[in-house]
Design a protein around this ligand. Structure first.
Ligand SMILES: *Cc1c(COP(=O)(O)O)cnc(C)c1O
Length: 350
């Protein structure tokens, strides 16, 4: 185990969920909890989600959905990333809805022999190549799904897609493509219970993409989905704070017990800093399990055994995960999700 600890403020996640759900009041709220709830801890986040009124969870792989079902979660679960080894029968029997993006997945689900009819959500590629049936083959895809449904092999319950979030206008265009594809499918006889398209960015900025259900990930964890607006600008609270012990402090330098082996950025831009004993301490070098920082004058008395804050919600002067993303030339998702299993998670109100 690493000596660094990620403190997860579940109350912040609950408050973000409520604020985001209020932006899409007509839509069901699916909380995306892929990748261990973006690094925040799957089971704790799921409990918080249930307490905060989420309607369903998006889990990426079927196995994660089966695991949640076995842990006693009763609400709808949705998994959309499948490989040749995915056990579709087990997923259907655990009542995990399946996102389907290719013909082979459709056929494999139909042939799974599940004792419960698999519920499938058909994915259309809205032109941005984030997966799904290509627009020209969509009618054929829907027709095949309806044929399998007529044979009693599966139930077609939804049509969905995922926006690229590259720009507002691109997302709006994809929304139009989605609507046209749904109309085409209905003309072929599809009767969808649910249409879903938007994720965090659309919940905030694109009401046209809310439909029956929104799938919300990163914003619920208090990280902005936009490059030009921070979580604070959006009224969201960053839920994760990463702390690490100070190992040694001498000659104006301190070494702290966290490194790229724990998932922090290995080569942040100049200007990156942590907070040591209330003072800004610029990052000098990130190693695999230790990071060297410069101690400012006032912090010269810092003793080994003290604690440093790498990132958090900013309330102690620390940088946010969004700021680390800028220093690492990535997105905030990667900062929190990238923390490795070596880093213990601790839960509560910070
Ligand atoms: C990750 C993901 C989401 C959530 O996206 P955010 O931008 O994090 O809100 C929604 N839908 C799908 C298919 C995803 O893969």
């Amino acid at each position: 185990m690493s000596a660094a600890v990620a403190h997860v403020d579940l109350e912040a996640i609950g408050s973000n969920i409520r604020a985001l759900a209020a932006l899409a009041p007509q839509s069901k709220f699916m909380l995306a909890v892929k990748s261990n709830a973006y690094g925040h801890g799957l089971h704790e986040v799921v409990r918080t989600g249930l307490d905060s009124g989420v309607d369903s969870f998006g889990v990426l792989e079927a196995n994660a959905g089966i695991e949640l079902r076995e842990s006693g979660v009763e609400v709808p679960l949705f998994a959309w990333m499948h490989g040749q080894g995915t056990d579709f029968a087990a997923a259907a029997e655990a009542r995990v809805d399946l996102g389907v993006q290719t013909f082979w997945q459709l056929e494999a689900i139909a042939a799974s022999g599940a004792r419960v009819r698999p519920r499938v959500h058909l994915k259309i590629d809205t032109g941005l190549h984030r997966g799904g049936a290509d627009r020209p083959r969509w009618a054929e895809f829907v027709t095949e799904a309806l044929r399998l449904q007529a044979l009693g092999k599966l139930d077609v319950v939804a049509a969905w897609s995922h926006l690229s979030d590259t720009s507002h206008s691109a997302d709006l265009e994809s929304t139009e493509v989605f609507i046209a594809a749904v109309e085409e499918a209905r003309a072929l006889g599809a009767d969808f219970e649910l249409l879903h398209l938007g994720a965090s960015a659309a919940v905030i900025d694109l009401p046209q993409a809310h439909f029956d259900l929104v799938r919300v990930g990163i914003a619920a964890y208090g990280i902005s989905p936009f490059g030009d607006r921070s979580a604070a600008d959006l009224g969201l609270r960053p839920a994760m704070q990463l702390r690490a012990p100070v190992l040694d402090a001498r000659h104006g330098l301190a070494s702290i017990a966290v490194g790229y082996g724990d998932g922090i950025q290995s080569d942040p831009e100049g200007g990156a800093y942590v907070i040591v004993d209330g003072h800004i301490a610029p990052v000098v070098e990130v190693g695999v399990d230790e990071t060297v920082v410069a101690l400012p004058q006032g912090a010269a008395a810092v003793a080994a055994g003290g604690e440093c804050i790498v990132f958090g919600d900013g309330s102690n002067g620390e940088a946010t995960a969004e700021q680390w993303a800028i220093w690492g030339e990535t997105v905030g998702d990667e900062i929190v999700t990238g923390l490795t299993r070596r880093v213990a998670r601790s839960f509560g109100v910070s």
